[in-house]
Ligand binder design. Structure first.
Ligand SMILES: *Cc1c(COP(=O)(O)O)cnc(C)c1O
Length: 394
């Protein structure tokens, strides 16, 4: 079991809740309203003067969303948070708020698909350039900083190869140069990594994954300073209208209650599955940050309090049929995108390309990602063992 920050129980179960304001109900109400009325012109004028100062219209602030906002900020040890309709919306707003025409972004290799799309297909239309570099080599990565670099974009670990970046070292250099740092912290959640503690300016996480935990809503989060959140709120958040809706915020509050126990459970099950996979001939090598064989194990131990859920492995095979048969025959593991819910998942990298393009010498074509959910370890391991048994022995 990972050691929790002492305030985590308070934050998740108490912070931001005012039961007396809603009939002493334990569960907070879903304030399903588009707008809020005023008794006087003076009060309405005040609300219009600063939309972040109170309730005016639910494209801005909403009381149900605010409970979640306070908890998510506190879990990250940040001054403030904004909650978005999904993770991609959070990335979009956090990035857009911090770049303008002529700027340069330094990003890690292989960021999330729609983050890369934003950089390559959208921002390029506005004269914003991006350099992708290997974040595992800190000095090499930082050597790509240019005079017009305004944003450094990190994802540590990322969601296929689980590559890390040294957050403290990168944030230090970025601060000295006045460059904003942003990280996609979806893999860890604030319970397993608090980017602000290392000097990162904006932490993003996809609430669709572990915060929800039930595969029934999308959500995205940004945390950071009041000033940064205010800048994003008064511009991109209000303008794109991509904030979360009250009901979805309520589902995320519900998910958040059990986040620590779900992560504990998934952490221990992940370890059992990992131990099993290490005994399988067909598994050429494994990728998991808290595996002592992981190349960045020391860094993982330094900046992450835990690791769980995603395990990638290279299948030993010379043909795509073996991979397809293995994935097709899994029953406990469902084949799907996303992760972070109760249900275990599998996705082979080769699903993203025509089967005829498969090249056995290209290790990434033989990469398979598992997500470990809330099922029993034995249930999952026996499913994996059956699927391995179904493919012909080496
Ligand atoms: C899922 C995911 C996102 C996008 O989140 P959505 O809620 O699907 O928009 C971004 N980054 C990572 C690492 C993810 O896994």
């Amino acid at each position: 079991m990972q050691e929790q920050h002492p305030d985590v129980s308070y934050i998740i179960n108490h912070l931001g809740e005012d039961h007396a304001a809603y009939f002493n109900a334990i569960a907070p109400p879903i304030i399903q309203t588009s707008n809020f009325n005023f008794d006087t012109v003076a009060e309405m004028r005040k609300a219009l003067e600063d939309e972040m100062g109170g309730y005016l219209y639910s494209r801005g602030l909403n009381p149900t969303v605010d409970i979640l906002r306070k908890k998510l900020a506190a879990l990250d040890g940040a001054e403030d948070a904004l909650v978005f309709n999904n993770g991609a919306a959070a990335v979009f707003s956090g990035v857009m708020a911090n770049v303008q025409s002529g700027d340069h972004i330094l990003s890690v290799h292989h960021p999330y698909t729609w983050t890369a799309h934003l950089f390559d297909k959208i921002l390029s239309r506005f004269g914003i350039s991006v350099t992708y570099a290997n974040g595992a080599d800190t000095a090499g990565f930082l050597s790509h900083i240019k005079l017009n670099t305004r944003l450094i974009y990190l994802e540590s670990p990322n969601s296929w190869w689980l590559d890390l970046q040294d957050l403290e070292a990168i944030a230090k250099v970025a601060r000295e140069k006045g460059i904003v740092t942003m990280i996609d912290n979806t893999f860890c959640t604030p319970l397993y990594q608090r980017p602000g503690d290392f000097g990162i300016d904006i932490a993003m996480q996809t609430a669709t994954k572990y915060i929800s935990g039930h595969s029934d809503t999308l959500g995205g989060v940004l945390t950071g300073s009041h000033a940064m959140m205010r800048k994003i709120f008064l511009s991109e958040y209000l303008c794109a209208g991509n904030g979360i809706q009250p009901f979805n915020a309520w589902l995320l509050l519900r998910g958040l209650r059990t986040l620590p126990s779900r992560l504990d459970r998934i952490t221990s099950t992940t370890q059992s599955v990992l131990n099993y996979l290490k005994t399988v001939d067909r598994v050429e090598s494994l990728i998991f940050p808290f595996d002592p064989d992981f190349p960045q194990y020391a860094l993982a131990k330094k900046q992450m309090k835990g690791a769980c859920g995603l395990i990638s492995f290279y299948m030993r095979t010379d043909n795509v049929a073996t991979i397809e048969q293995f994935c097709n025959s899994l029953k406990a593991f469902r084949m799907a995108v996303s992760w972070g819910g109760h249900e275990s998942l599998v996705i082979p990298k080769c699903v993203g390309m025509p089967a005829g393009d498969f090249q056995p010498d290209e290790p990434n074509h033989r990469l398979i990602r598992l997500y470990i959910g809330l099922e029993d370890a034995e249930f999952l391991i026996s499913d994996l063992a059956n699927a391995f048994k179904g493919i012909s022995p080496l």
